[in-house]
Ligand binder design. Sequence first.
Ligand SMILES: [Zn+2]
Length: 307
Amino acid sequence: MKTLSKSLLLLAGAVLSSPPALAQPVCGSGIALQLLGSGGPISDDARASSGAVIWINGKARLLIDAGGGTYLRFGEAGARLEDVDFIGVSHFHTDHVADLPAILKGGYFLSRSHKVALVGPTGNANFPSMTAFFSREFSEGRGAFSYLSGLSNASDGLHLAVHPTDVAVAKAMRSKVWQGDGVTVYALGIPHGDVPALAFRIETPKGVIVLSADQNGSRKEFIDFARGADILMMPAAIDDNADEQSRFLHATPTVVGKIAAAVNPKVLVLDHFMGRALRDKDHNVQIIRSFFKGRVVAGRDLSCFPL
Ligand SMILES: [Zn+2]
């Protein structure tokens, strides 16, 4: 017993004295999409929920969505908060935004202040807008994380000045939401049942990346928005036999396949797998491939797609 306790202590000491090295970025030195999470809203898929970073010249400059688990994957990817200039939130389901406060809290530990644009959808009776969400999380005195109220202006020990903006989801035309280093980001409302939601289009000198979050695929303007994409990311949340409510929220494999065929990207990346969708993954990918003849990749956490 005594020996066992001693060896446990030695083991604990070894762990404490040898923290893991900081992850080095491995997702290319140019421009690339890296998934942080490829899973859905249930923990039955052993994956982080939705989130991705865009690497620009070796830095993770853009973060799109921050669902549960992406906080951990962000660090594992070698991404650094001080490099992030733009955060896009597709919608306010937990699997797309739950880790946002945890990631932003890192602003306490930066050596110098910088600005971050935070862009999300307008709200409705059931969901907040981006600005309302930010206020409910971080406003002084009233926010759930009031102790992080300095995030609004890089004060109170925080070295991030986060500027939230709402993008009207009903707007017919795309909105330009960020520009820097030859990269331009656009947003467009997408139909995710009655949940206000946005897709993001990232135009870079090396090509175009379009990230669709959850949507049922019924808005034809999305095809024009996504046209010319080298990489198109679409959720693969449900199967073709899903019930009506699920199809009101999500696109079936048939719908994803038809959208991909119309957009015709160089690669279609699938994410947002839930336990059930993982079991049906091969079959669903087969359905998608019956419509879209290009390259289809079922994404995993930390999958990297250079342009
Ligand atoms: Zn959703």
